[in-house]
Design a protein around this ligand. Structure first.
Ligand code: BG6
Length: 453
């Protein structure tokens, strides 16, 4: 294994303490990364390593699980605007870390800070442009519209090569999202009917029960459409709708995903935005905010494969349950129509969270003397079969960066085409409907589209 150093900018924040460090600890415990991995935690606060670790322990949800990497962590204070701090970090790495080590720079920072950090990483030669063992990792959001995303990206390309840039969409690290291609392409029963003659509709849903959880400042400038649809929901949609890639290789898969995003349209009369009651009383949200915390959208993928099939996208906060789910509804059989049986359609549920798995809804005769029919669901629950072995999204993503696999990271043209679609939708956004319960939204959707969500 090549030696590894992980340098985390923003190491005192939630992402680092709650997701990244536990993921590194798990990879380390499973010997997926080198035993002597070095983790350099960077932050503005005047901590020493011991004080930093106390901070981590008080913020992480699994203090016991991360204890094993304690001795691998070094905290260093940094002023992001000061060149000398980057040079000093470089000198420290030269003294303490193998010079051929994989350097993984993780920017767990406000995106507004990407430009300054990227510039300094390049100027100090902490990241040598073109050296693929120097990786730079960015979290969304990549801009807030197409124009701003383009300018951030242009800037990154002046300092790093595309192979060195990893843009994280953490949904792509979720087990069931990775499984979509397998379910589609490795099962004849699905692959042969995966088109507009076999599929009636697709629903892509990400419901949350929490509100903005102290992220008011960021969220209010973003809203559900830009925060969730632009990234996670469109990623799911493109995996469901893409044509068969030339190969399983990252570039081939991305080429197909981009073609889907380029062909997206939406029905402006079937667009609903909502804002949960009490949103404007949250911290850092202006009283007059019209930011949506819920969005429902009817889209179409205008490719020969899917032309005419509605793809319903829905996501929101403070809803009735936490559930991320894709439902593929299949067409009725000819016999179902001919015999006029009171049968429902087959459905494939791709369950992403809270439980991951697959469910297939079939029609079946109710056992007994009468010819009654019922819907039954064949279910496969991944966690039930992988006890103690389930990896979290960030584990998979960090391991892939270390190993240089890019399939689960978004390429620039995916982001670009997603933004140009979202910008168009945004132009048709009305004042959001204030909602207290999910049921109010469900009824409003029914009134717009006749669709039961
Ligand atoms: C993030 C969004 O990308 O995804 C958050 O910024 C959202 O607003 C979160 O809550 C949902 O992720 P998960 O993994 O909890 O479904």
């Amino acid at each position: 294994m090549n030696p590894l150093v992980i340098i985390i900018f923003g190491s005192t924040g939630d992402l680092a303490t709650r997701k990244l460090l536990p993921a590194v600890a798990k990879l380390h415990a499973q010997h997926q990364i080198p035993d002597d991995v070095c983790i350099v935690a960077l932050g503005r606060r005047d901590f020493d390593t011991a004080a930093y670790w106390r901070h981590v322990i008080s913020h992480t949800q699994q203090p016991g699980d991360i204890e094993s990497i304690k001795s691998h962590v070094v905290y260093r204070q940094i002023d992001l605007e000061t060149c000398n701090d980057y040079d000093a970090l470089g000198a420290w790495l030269d003294d303490h870390v193998d010079k051929h080590a994989t350097r993984l720079f993780y920017l767990a920072l406000d995106p507004g800070l990407f430009p300054v950090v990227a510039r300094h990483l390049n100027a100090s030669r902490l990241v040598e442009q073109g050296n693929v063992s120097h990786a730079v990792v960015f979290e969304k959001p990549f801009g807030h519209d197409l124009a701003s995303a383009r300018s951030v990206n242009q800037l990154l390309w002046t300092f790093f090569d595309e192979q060195q840039i990893y843009r994280i969409d953490h949904y792509l690290g979720k087990e069931m999202i990775q499984n979509i291609m397998m379910v589609r392409f490795a099962n004849r029963i699905f692959e042969e009917i995966w088109h507009n003659r076999g599929i009636k509709s697709v629903k892509i849903i990400a419901k949350e029960t929490e509100g903005v959880l102290g992220r008011g400042g960021y969220y209010d400038a973003s809203g559900a459409l830009r925060d969730m649809v632009q990234s996670h929901l469109l990623q799911m949609l493109s995996l469901i709708a893409m044509d068969v890639p030339l190969s399983y290789r990252s570039e081939d898969v991305k080429n197909e995903k981009v073609k889907v995003l380029e062909k997206l349209s939406f029905d402006k009369h079937a667009l609903l935005v909502g804002q949960y009651e009490g949103y404007t009383s949250e911290a850092n949200i202006p009283d007059t905010s019209r930011t949506e915390t819920f969005v429902f959208l009817k889209t179409f993928v205008n490719t020969p494969r899917f032309k005419g099939v509605p793809f319903y996208l829905m996501t929101g906060k403070k809803l009735d349950e936490k559930a991320s789910l894709i439902t593929i509804e299949f067409e009725e059989t000819n016999e179902q129509r001919k015999w006029n049986l009171p049968l429902s359609t087959n459905k494939l549920h791709i369950k992403i969270a809270p439980e991951d798995g697959v469910g297939l809804v079939l029609n079946s005769k109710v056992p007994g003397l009468r010819d009654n029919v019922e819907q039954v669901e064949l279910e496969y629950c991944i966690a039930c079969h992988a006890v103690g072995n389930m990896s979290e999204a960030y584990e998979k993503l960090l391991l892939d960066i270390y190993e240089g696999h890019k399939t689960l990271f978004t390429r620039w043209d995916e982001i670009e085409t997603a933004w140009s679609f979202i910008d168009k939708v945004g132009q048709h956004q009305d004042k959001p409907m204030v909602y207290r319960t999910y049921d109010e939204l469900r009824q409003a959707i029914m009134a717009l589209t006749d669709e039961e969500m």
